[in-house]
Design a protein around this ligand. Structure first.
Ligand code: NAP
Length: 243
């Protein structure tokens, strides 16, 4: 299906991870030019650029830390240099965490909230002036944010807060044609998933009886980036197989 994304200029943060990599490749294969931001894993970034060679869209990997204002300003400058502006911003960078609330240290709280929530805010703020009329911002949350999960107060709090961020931002920017939406994946099979008994339990919780593939989350992101969704803003699109 042609989503008419040829020539669109796209930034995907966390572009080298499971969901981000699939999203970057899906955009490039649809003819979009992509900056894929990563944090530490240069080998994964090089592999991604290699994997995208031959796609109609270009992919350039840029190192950043979404929690660091200066690094994010550098990312914004790179987007301007490489793409000359932006049509789609995908705030996908994220880290998970596991700590019961009683033992959840402020350091561990900040490690997760700073990436999953503050990082989304910092990157969006830095890129707002490059996002033209008709542009689309897609934040990546998690469907567990609305259900809760033991040992994940920081992760679920950060991901739930993305709903408020998304809805407020869409109201601030809608009149100039900018749309802001949230994609909430369930559990995605990114290769380093849970051990077999846990996996079976999660699969049993879904209506479809299986985990998501990364490209199935990417599909929802591409839909929200495309003109097919041009009257959708402030929405949360849950991609969890019916959990
Ligand atoms: N996988 C799931 O089951 C699942 C379920 C629900 C929601 N999600 C959400 O989907 C998104 C992608 O998940 P994933 O499983 O694909 O993640 P992942 O494979 O762990 O990849 C995470 C990505 O984020 C980057 N990153 C981490 N910290 C960063 C920082 N401080 N600054 C910039 N980039 C940073 C990583 O770069 P480096 O590798 O270079 O450090 C990597 O590219 C996340 O927001 C996650 O919360 C995932």
């Amino acid at each position: 299906m042609d989503l008419e994304l040829q020539g669109r200029r796209v930034l995907v943060t966390g572009g080298t991870g499971g969901v981000g990599r699939a999203t970057v490749l899906a955009f490039a294969r649809a003819g979009a030019d992509v900056v894929a931001a990563y944090h530490r894993d240069k080998a994964a970034a090089d592999e991604l650029v290699q994997a995208a060679a031959g796609a109609p869209g270009r992919v350039e990997a840029v190192r950043t830390d979404v929690t660091d204002e200066d690094a994010v300003a550098g990312l914004a400058a790179e987007c301007r240099r490489v793409l000359g502006g932006l049509d789609v911003l995908v705030n996908n960078a994220g880290v998970d965490g596991s700590a019961a609330a009683a033992g959840l240290t402020p350091q561990e709280w900040h490690r997760v909230v700073d990436v999953d929530l503050t990082g989304c805010f910092l990157v969006t703020r830095a890129l707002l002036d490059q996002l033209g009329d008709g542009a689309s911002v897609i934040n990546v949350g998690a469907s567990v944010a609305l259900r809760g999960r033991p040992g994940s107060a920081h992760y679920t709090a950060a991901k739930a807060a993305l709903i408020g961020l998304t809805r407020s931002l869409c109201k601030e920017t809608g009149r100039r044609g900018l749309r802001v939406n949230l994609v909430d994946p369930g559990v995605v099979d990114t290769g380093d998933g849970p051990p077999p008994p846990v996996r079976a339990r999660i699969e049993a919780m879904t209506a479809l009886g299986r985990l998501a593939r990364p490209d199935e989350v990417a599909g929802a992101v591409l839909f929200l980036a495309s003109d097919l969704s041009r009257y959708i803003t402030g929405a949360t699109l849950t991609v969890d197989g019916g959990m």
